[in-house]
Ligand binder design. Structure first.
Ligand SMILES: [Zn+2]
Ligand SMILES: [Zn+2]
Length: 245
């Protein structure tokens, strides 16, 4: 289990946290390496239930929208002022770095920022990451994570114009946003569950996990819509769920 690529859901509410929930954040783990991918509001509390913060190898942030990274400043509070954890690599866009620097002022010595973009592979311990631009109003990185011949693809936030290209090859699990009700399809750069299902079918994903469902939208309705477009089994992310990939 420790060697296998796995996905742990720290939060999965879209746009704002549901009561008792948290916004987007996940642990991606393999072979003793643990990386937090997105750190939305509420996720750092949940992270501590799954991993000793000192064992966190890196943070990857998909984009600058607050529901995807606003627990970074409080993680830095904990690491800087209480836990004395230093030199944690953070991978993200230049715009997210600007906002993080505005809020945190001094990233050093706690966080070491690496600006990343499409096509730049990043190796973190036993995990290999690649990134691609999605269809969203700000620079947003889809994340492909591989270890031991298994692959996770995370859509981050995207509209239907996203083409995963070679990030979409041999995807075992597609973690895909499904923010929208069907009647809101194509009105904003997010996906409905039907569109998430279509994307999973297009990339030939082995399994589809829906996430970023906006509070008030029924997860079972989203699952059914995704299943009929995808033709395979669909899970809906819940906080604390662990998927072995
Ligand atoms: Zn979002
Ligand atoms: Zn967004």
């Amino acid at each position: 289990m420790d060697d296998a690529l796995s996905l742990t859901v720290l939060g999965c509410s879209g746009t704002y946290p549901a009561p008792g929930g948290a916004c987007s954040g996940y642990l991606v783990r393999a072979g003793g390496t643990t990386v937090a991918v997105d750190l939305g509001p509420g996720t750092f509390a949940n992270l501590q239930a799954h991993v000793d913060p000192a064992a966190l190898d890196a943070v990857v942030l998909t984009h600058e929208h607050p529901d995807h990274w606003l627990d970074l400043p409080v993680l830095r509070n904990a690491f800087r002022y209480v836990l004395d954890i230093r030199d944690v690599p953070v991978y993200g866009t230049a715009a997210t770095e600007r906002l993080a620097t505005t809020l945190i002022e001094e990233l050093d010595p706690t966080l070491v920022w690496h600006t990343v973009g499409p096509g730049e592979p990043v190796e973190i311990g036993g995990l290999r990451f690649r990134f691609g631009l999605t269809d969203h109003p700000v620079e947003t990185l889809a994340v492909r994570a591989e270890a031991g011949g298994r692959t996770l693809l995370y859509s981050a936030d995207t509209g239907p114009a996203w083409d995963p290209g070679d990030l979409g090859r041999d995807v075992d699990v597609l973690l895909c946003e499904a923010s929208l009700r069907p009647e809101h399809e194509d009105q904003v750069q997010h996906l409905s569950a039907r569109q998430a299902g279509t994307l999973a079918r297009t990339v030939g994903a082995g399994h589809l996990v829906l996430t970023h469902i906006v509070p008030g939208i029924d997860p079972d309705t989203q699952r059914a819509a995704a299943e009929s477009a995808y033709g395979g089994d669909v899970s809906v992310a819940t906080t604390g769920a662990v998927f072995t990939i």
